[in-house]
Design a protein around this ligand. Structure first.
Ligand code: SAH
Length: 504
């Protein structure tokens, strides 16, 4: 079968600015060739099995030259693979997208273009700068600050000044003095507002505001972080009143979330909604145990009325158990058995099957579940606990102190740890917090970044046991007030205030 290449715009940084089509195409990719400008949030969407090829570092010498990249795309497609070429922003806006297609066209390789959100428009928007505004301008221009081979600029400054439109310079930081001088020499008002916008749409975004006459001097006083764009025009003056991104409660905070892949999105969505930049590390995965003999026996016994209580300790545990139950019998096997859930997430998973938990503990952890369930159930109750193979021992220890309770602790799933494909890229200097929703996510995280110095990690944990696991590895920990995702997010906000991320 013939392969195909998709040239996909990854957007300017915020993973939420990747298009739906881009995300769908990426989900089905077999090979992904990506640039330095593609953000970690988007890289985390690359499917586990896909081959990743890095096509360029901004500095250093381990990068593919343009011709090499073109060749890689061709070869992978000719080998019959689905190839996604991921580029920052929009692939056709100073992205060399055109050059990469030429060789494909020559060889008759099919391709599609998935446009992206360009930094030229999105980065100003995240700083509260509308690139056009009826009261201020009638056009917007995107200009490269890159020089030609002979070091000259391919820019008609007179024409630019005449348009009186908003000017957006990409790749212009090194050329900043030349660009401003070019505009001034062509007659631009030195008081014209101008801004440098660094790392826009990410948690590290920053705006440096000045005028065309002063921008060079203002920028010389600080280190400009790249990527950055330069915006020139009266609309820049609106940033003070329209700025919104930095007002969000978790603005400036980059959070790493480690959860089983299926569950990751709720927590990430909640964090993103509050303005955090989220990097997802799907380092742990739950898989049904290979040998289902014990599970099947427990289901037989359940359907014969052999249990009084069924207790669940995780949403995955619910899903895996009921999938098996429905494969063998159906929900009527439950008869009148009572249901216990360790917390709200697990309760929600039960609701998907139309079931409501009869009991939730006052604190959502294994020990409390055991202690309180022990008091709730009648003496002599028979309890089935289908859960992870490496389940928390305190739950069972508590239950066993109950009056003649019989407890069947049945392993239904294993937790597998994966090494993150770009563990190096995730290296923690860059992440302000790692958020953990269970002890196994801590273990999964540690396994995923084997070489990281974990004592530098700020860990926000859902409960005591999770925090204990993090402390064991030297992390600095915070514990959510309640074992809910809401409380966990709230705790990230508190912790962020404490360590004062925005200090410069
Ligand atoms: N195709 C990309 C642009 C590639 S040229 C797009 O459509 O956005 C690379 C330049 O884009 C950088 O030099 C910088 O000027 C700009 N850029 C890309 N991402 C940016 C970001 N998050 N913040 C500020 N500038 C960015």
């Amino acid at each position: 079968m013939a392969g195909k290449v998709w040239l996909v715009g990854a957007g300017p940084g915020d993973a939420g600015l990747m298009t739906l089509k881009g995300r769908e195409v990426l989900r089905q990719a077999e090979v992904v060739v990506y640039d330095a400008l593609v953000s970690g949030g988007v890289l985390a969407m690359i499917p586990e099995g896909a081959k990743r090829i890095y096509a360029g570092k901004r500095s250093g010498n381990h990068f593919l030259r343009q011709e090499e990249t073109n060749k890689v795309l061709l070869e992978e497609a000719l080998a019959g693979r689905r190839v996604v070429r991921l580029k920052g922003g929009d692939p056709f806006v100073f992205g060399r997208g055109g050059e990469e297609l030429e060789l494909l066209v020559e060889h008759g390789v099919p391709f599609e273009i998935v446009p992206g959100v360009t930094s030229a428009f999105a980065v100003p928007a995240y700083s509260g700068i509308p690139v056009t505004h009826r009261d201020y301008c009638a056009s917007v221009h995107i200009i490269t600050g890159h020089r030609r081979a002979d070091h000259s600029y391919d820019i008609d400054f007179d024409a630019l000044v005449r348009t009186r439109g908003t000017l957006v310079f990409l790749m212009g930081i090194a050329a900043l003095p030349d660009l401003m001088n070019g505009l001034l020499a062509a007659g631009m008002d030195p008081d014209m507002p101008a801004a440098v916008l660094e790392r826009g749409t990410t948690s590290r975004q920053r705006r440096v505001s000045a005028t065309v006459g002063t921008l060079e001097r203002v920028c010389a006083q600080r280190v400009i972080q790249t990527p950055a764009i330069i915006v020139v025009g009266r609309v820049c003056a609106l940033a003070d009143s329209f700025g919104w991104a930095e007002k969000r409660p978790l603005a400036g905070v980059r959070v790493l979330v480690t959860r089983p892949r299926e569950l990751v999105s709720t927590l990430s969505d909640m964090l993103r909604e509050r303005g955090a930049e989220v990097v997802e590390l799907p380092a742990i995965r739950t898989v049904p145990v290979r040998d289902m003999t014990n599970v099947d026996a427990a289901i037989q016994r359940l359907s014969r009325g052999g249990y009084d209580w069924l207790a669940f300790t995780s949403p995955s545990g619910v899903g895996i158990f009921f999938d098996r139950l429905i494969a063998l019998r159906d929900l009527r096997a439950l008869h009148g058995v009572k249901l216990a859930a360790i917390g709200q997430g697990t309760q929600k998973a039960l609701l998907k099957y139309g079931l409501r938990a009869d009991f939730l503990p006052s604190v959502y952890d294994g020990e409390t579940l055991g202690r309180e369930l022990r008091d709730v159930c009648a003496p002599g109750s028979r309890i089935l606990i289908p859960r992870a193979a490496i389940g928390n021992p305190e739950l069972i220890a508590e239950l066993e102190q109950g009056e003649q309770l019989s407890v069947d602790d049945v392993a239904t799933y294993d937790t597998e740890y994966a090494v993150a494909p770009d563990a190096e890229g995730l290296l923690l200097a860059d992440v302000d917090f790692a958020v953990f929703t269970s002890a196994s996510t801590v273990r999964g995280f540690a396994a995923a970044v084997p070489d990281a110095d974990l004592s530098k990690v700020n860990a926000v944990c859902i409960g005591r046991q999770t925090a204990a696991e993090a402390q064991k590895r030297g992390m600095r920990t915070w514990i959510a007030e309640k074992a809910t995702l809401e409380a966990l997010v709230k705790q990230v906000e508190e912790a962020a205030k404490e360590i004062c991320i925005n200090e410069e």
